[in-house]
Design a protein around this ligand. Structure first.
Ligand code: TRP
Length: 325
């Protein structure tokens, strides 16, 4: 089967999203929803593979993430936005696929070795993480999965599992392809990659003043101590953000930074103006949605209903192919 017009995307419910999530994924999903049949899954079961001891705040994290999705412009009439655990069919497919996947296929996924050592994860469910992801994708018979490079081994595994299933039981699944998103790297306030776990992020949910205050403390070229010192935009993370949010950065930011005429404080305030202006429509919608939880809940419910209908139809085919009831 060849690639189709169906997209499945997923994100773990980390709570409030930051600029890295927005520039790296969400903005792209919003653009894709016009041309594809889109399913956007908040993968709460995947979150349990690492955070099984901390489940109390999951509902709030899911709610905040759903607010960010809607505020960013995902349209629940076009895109099925839903929570993985509300479509139980994912679990059934995961179970059936677990019968046909050899354990070494899971052991050789790079994230398995890295994270199990780094985070001390050793559960059965953690090992099955990429297989659950495969079930998420295959159950919608998605042709495309928008992901970053780090997820390529998981998509490859999904293709291998689909092939194995099709060989054993007959063609049910198309082999999905990664739809690689290219986007500018989004540095955090300390110059490292923006990440919630580093606490260096700017969230969509921050106010304009909070954003300005964070940017004020952002790491810059360490050799530029005061206005007048020449700066090096090419190594400055503030400049990396200017590249995204300040269309005239090449003429109005880089040259005066290099000569020293533009000091870091002024440079950051210009960035704050542009960044806040770019996020303003999203933030205005976000504030309205915060006050209207019913709209968020009903979007997730209708998303789950649509997703379930599609997933259930696939499961009929799967069971038939496997001679199950
Ligand atoms: N593994 C993905 C991540 O960490 C999350 C995910 C789960 C996913 N299921 C998915 C992504 C299905 C795309 C498709 O980002």
């Amino acid at each position: 089967m060849t690639a189709n017009h169906i997209i499945l995307s997923g994100m773990q419910p980390t709570g409030r999203l930051h600029l890295g999530n927005y520039e790296g994924a969400l903005k792209n999903w919003v653009a894709l929803q016009n041309d594809f049949e889109m399913y956007c899954c908040i993968v709460d079961w995947h979150a349990l593979t690492a955070e099984f001891e901390k489940t109390a705040d999951l509902p709030e994290k899911i709610h905040q993430m759903a607010i960010d999705y809607l505020a960013a412009g995902l349209n629940p009439e076009k895109t099925a936005i839903f929570v993985q655990s509300q479509v139980k069919e994912h679990a059934e497919l995961h179970l059936l696929l677990s019968m046909i996947i050899p354990i070494p296929w899971l052991e050789r996924v790079p994230s398995y070795k890295e994270k199990s050592e780094e985070l001390g994860l050793d559960s059965y469910g953690f090992m099955g993480y990429p297989l659950l992801q495969a079930a998420d994708i295959l159950i919608y018979r998605a042709g495309w999965v928008p992901v970053g490079k780090d997820q390529l081994p998981h998509i490859e595994l999904t293709r291998e599992v689909a092939r194995r299933f099709n060989t054993l039981y007959g063609e049910v699944f198309p082999e999905p392809q990664a739809k690689l998103t290219t986007f500018a790297a989004v540095p955090g306030m300390d110059g490292r990659k923006m990440s919630k776990s580093y606490g260096n992020e700017i969230s969509l949910s921050m106010t304009e003043d909070e954003t300005r205050a964070r940017l004020k403390k952002m790491f810059t070229d360490p050799q530029k101590l005061r206005k007048g010192d020449p700066g090096r935009p090419e190594i400055c993370p503030v400049y990396d953000l200017h590249k995204i949010y300040s269309p005239t950065h090449e003429s109005e930011i880089a040259p005066p930074c290099r000569t020293g005429a533009l000091g870091c404080v002024d440079c950051k305030m210009k960035l704050a103006d542009n960044l806040n202006a770019a996020l303003r429509p999203v933030r205005v919608r976000r504030v309205a949605l915060e006050k209207d939880p019913d709209t968020v809940t009903s979007a997730l419910k209708s998303g789950a209903d649509r997703a379930r209908a599609k997933a259930a139809a696939t499961m009929v085919e799967v069971r038939k192919a496997m001679h199950l009831q």
